[in-house]
Design a protein around this ligand. Structure first.
Ligand code: IPM
Ligand code: SF4
Length: 478
């Protein structure tokens, strides 16, 4: 155990949940929450039951339908993926049998797991939360220890309320200064991954700290931590502050009255000590970050909006050169061209990275009073039913549909070719999602990751551009 006064935030979360230390740097950790979804959750529940075990405490287990479920308005249990409804029906059956709270297809609070969990106050600062889903790291943004696990670990977690884990290393990413106007958390995380590689955070819990992080709103912090797994980190954490307290106050599952005051007192201890020792320290100067876009098939293949598509020879390491050659081919791109010369076929706004109300507001502010470029297909998928309702109350859906976007029901949708939905082969998509791997949005579909602002501006312009560039080009041609 670390000496007093030298613990990191992660050390504190870890020791507060250690049931006992095991050999080889492993510990048995107590789990406050287990979250499931229909893609991996029903399988875990089914095999748990088949092995003769039950859920230890169903009050701590939650499940949602997000991955396979349709996002077309008026959806039912049928999905574009032929076997999709099997997952949905099995999830309903298994959660009912186990007495687990399910956010079902037609539930007013349904949505993507990493969106609804904080939205309901199911995750809170200081809690441990696991889910058989790699983007569970999103939820570390409010000072929880939340990480993605495999299906068999999910069984162990549900049966015992604990999990055996080898303690990861501590990494701090200090982001100094202030992000420039129009530069977002999405641009920051793409910048970080491009700079240090998709493997940069391997084996670590990454704490994001520094003035630029403190200035981020809570929803932007989710975006940042969401992509910690694309940095290969075990998970990410950010120390909870007054913004986090205000965010949770009054939420459904947040403590109330005296319990609230006790909770906040505890949350205020959840920060790295002044003399905390990190195994690895990285520094990013916020002013150096510009709107970022990926050109290739890994999140590390990202560049600033003013840059040109690199050539394989620009990379020092052989494996990066090979990856670049392959990515250029898959993406159908020529090196040396400006990223802003690339025309797109489609624009997607959604996913657990960027589908919260603030994301939709930011995109709508760019779209307002404008039209999608001819021939470009635009789809907006709110991250949850609550986000959808809130957006509709503000009239954001009108702004999108007036511009020519489709306005959908909530779910993972075209983030991941799981529900069977895709823009199609060789279609080029500018997307607010987190993965641009080959086939991620469908066979041979080409993905470019960017912020909601950049995706919205690109949909309007028809070729990759930032909101600032769009406004400039319009004022020049006016
Ligand atoms: C299907 C699920 C297990 C997967 C994940 O683990 O992240 C998905 O959500 C993804 O984003 O690729
Ligand atoms: S929105 Fe995408 S990244 Fe997030 S959980 Fe769903 S499939 Fe995974």
């Amino acid at each position: 155990m670390a000496m007093k006064g030298t613990s990191t935030l992660f050390d504190k979360l870890w020791s507060d949940h250690t049931v006992c230390d095991l050999e080889n740097g492993e510990a048995l950790l107590y789990l406050d929450r287990v979250f499931l979804h229909e893609r991996t959750g029903a399988v875990a529940l089914q095999s748990l039951h088949a092995a003769g075990y039950g859920v230890r405490d169903a009050r701590h287990v939650f499940c949602t339908m997000d991955h396979i479920v349709d996002t077309f308005p008026g959806r039912g249990d049928k999905t574009l993926m032929p076997s999709g409804s099997d997952f949905i029906l099995a999830t309903r059956r298994e959660t009912r049998a186990a007495n687990v709270r399910l956010y079902d297809v037609d539930d007013a609070d349904q949505g993507i797991v990493h969106v609804i969990s904080p939205e309901q106050g199911l995750v809170l600062p200081g809690l441990t939360l696991v889910c058989p889903d790699s983007h569970t790291c999103t939820q570390g943004a409010i000072g929880a220890l939340a990480w993605g696990i495999g299906s068999s670990e999910a069984e162990h977690a549900m049966a015992t309320g604990t999990l055996r884990v080898r303690k990861p290393k501590n990494m701090r990413v200090m982001v100094n200064g202030t992000l420039r106007p129009g530069v977002t958390a999405k641009d920051l995380i793409l910048h970080l991954i491009a700079k240090y590689g998709a493997n940069g955070g391997a084996g670590c819990v990454v704490e994001f700290a520094g003035s630029a992080i403190q200035q981020l709103e809570v929803e932007a912090r989710f975006t940042l931590c969401n992509m910690a797994v694309e940095f290969s980190a075990f998970t990410a954490v950010i120390a909870p502050d007054e913004k986090v307290e205000a965010y949770f106050e009054g939420k459904d599952f947040a403590p109330k009255g005296e319990h609230w005051r006790d909770a906040v007192d505890y949350w205020r201890t959840l920060r790295s000590d002044e003399n905390a020792v990190f195994d690895i320290d990285l520094v990013v100067e916020a002013e150096q970050v510009e709107p970022a876009v990926t050109w290739g098939t890994s999140p590390e293949q990202a560049i600033g909006i003013s840059a040109c598509i690199p050539a394989a020879g620009d990379y020092a390491e052989a494996h990066r050169q090979e990856a670049a050659t392959r990515a250029l081919q898959y993406q159908g791109l020529e090196s040396g061209n400006a990223i802003t010369d690339i025309a797109v076929n489609a624009a997607f706004i959604g996913s657990c990275t960027n589908s919260r109300l603030s994301d939709l507001r930011a995109a709508a502010a760019v779209v307002k009073g404008r039209q999608i470029a001819p021939g470009v297909r635009g789809v907006v998928v709110p991250g949850s039913r609550r986000v959808k309702r809130a957006a509709e109350q503000e009239g954001l859906h009108r702004i999108f549909t007036d511009a020519g976007f489709e306005w959908r029901d909530s779910g993972c949708s075209m983030c991941f070719y799981a529900g069977g939905e895709t823009f199609g082969e060789f279609q080029r998509v500018i997307s607010t999602t987190n993965r641009n791997f080959e086939g991620r949005q469908g066979p041979n579909t080409r993905t470019h990751l960017a912020s909601p602002e950049t995706v919205a501006a690109t949909a309007i312009a028809g070729s990759i551009t930032s909101a600032e560039m769009l406004a400039k080009s319009e004022s020049l041609s006016a």
